[in-house]
Design a protein around this ligand. Sequence first.
Ligand SMILES: NC(=O)c1ccc[n+]([C@@H]2O[C@H](COP(=O)([O-])OP(=O)(O)OC[C@H]3O[C@@H](n4cnc5c(N)ncnc54)[C@H](O)[C@@H]3O)[C@@H](O)[C@H]2O)c1
Length: 327
Amino acid sequence: MKIQSMKYLITGGAGFIGSHFVKYILKNKKDASVVNFDLLTYAGNLETLAEIENLSNYTFVEGDICDKALVEKILKEEKIDIVVNFAAESHVDRSITGPEIFVKTNILGTQVLLEAAKKHDVPRYIQISTDEVYGSLGETGFFTESSQIKPNSPYSASKAGADMIVMSYYKTYGYPVNITRCSNNYGPFHFPEKLIPLFVTNLMEGKKLPMYGDGLYIRDWLFVTDHCKAIDTVIEKGKAGEVYNIGGNNEKTNMDIARYLLDYFDKDESSLSYVPDRPGHDRRYAIDASKIKNDLGWEPEHNVEDGLKETIEWYINNEAWWKPLKK
Ligand SMILES: NC(=O)c1ccc[n+]([C@@H]2O[C@H](COP(=O)([O-])OP(=O)(O)OC[C@H]3O[C@@H](n4cnc5c(N)ncnc54)[C@H](O)[C@@H]3O)[C@@H](O)[C@H]2O)c1
């Protein structure tokens, strides 16, 4: 779908990936406008959006995607062309200690958005999902869009539930949706509880790196702006009702990532501290992103070494952003 002056409702646009996407759209789509709708939980941060907050084609609304009346009001008044839903509780460890809010925000919130979007004839809805809905892989193989949905954590189960609801709106009502399922993102403005920013900032503070289990958990890492470009590609060229996997072709163990960072900061493995494993920890995720490559022509532009260097340098130069969050 390509409309010259498209109006986006971006939910969760004060979080890590959503804020990059808001900036991506405002930078790359000349006549577009963005309404950013975000509850500003611990993970939402308006300072991340300081560089665009005064643009005339950008509006911020503070609110909850579960708040039916407010969501309805925005969709009724704003003449939105597309809803892109990033809003979520996103941290697996938090979902283990407090799963309820994950079910509420990730599943109920998604349904509230979908229902309002359908009611007000918003022409397209994009659900930002995750490769974690597929569960864990053995040592070989890749997740394709038709892999079984087998989530293991309350976080991934809530995202899987949301995906099912989204697809039901396509199958039941013919409402035009897409789901994107991406691998692990990294880059600037990532909340410092997540692995890469936690490790980078701990190294900057002279602290140890907490390593789960044997450190051999494998994730496929994608630089955040490559993810934004992939979502934009799905919006422009994707076919309604389709799921698109998005991956970086960058499978690394947590130990590979730690070693790269230790090297950069001239530290050795005595800076690692092994901590008890996360319950239900998925061993390996790896994405087969050939559908989005072959059908829509998207491929990642960053390799993990360049992306990590850029990320480390950003954290070194932006202590004022992450230091208060770490407290
Ligand atoms: N980070 C990753 O590696 C990754 C990978 C694949 C998919 N995803 C998905 O991408 C999306 C964004 O992830 P992220 O890492 O940017 O998350 P994040 O935690 O950094 O940001 C989530 C944002 O949603 C907002 N939010 C939370 N609850 C809300 C509610 N009820 N109403 C409105 N806003 C609410 C928060 O304030 C925050 O700004 C999520 O849906 C996540 O599942 C993330």
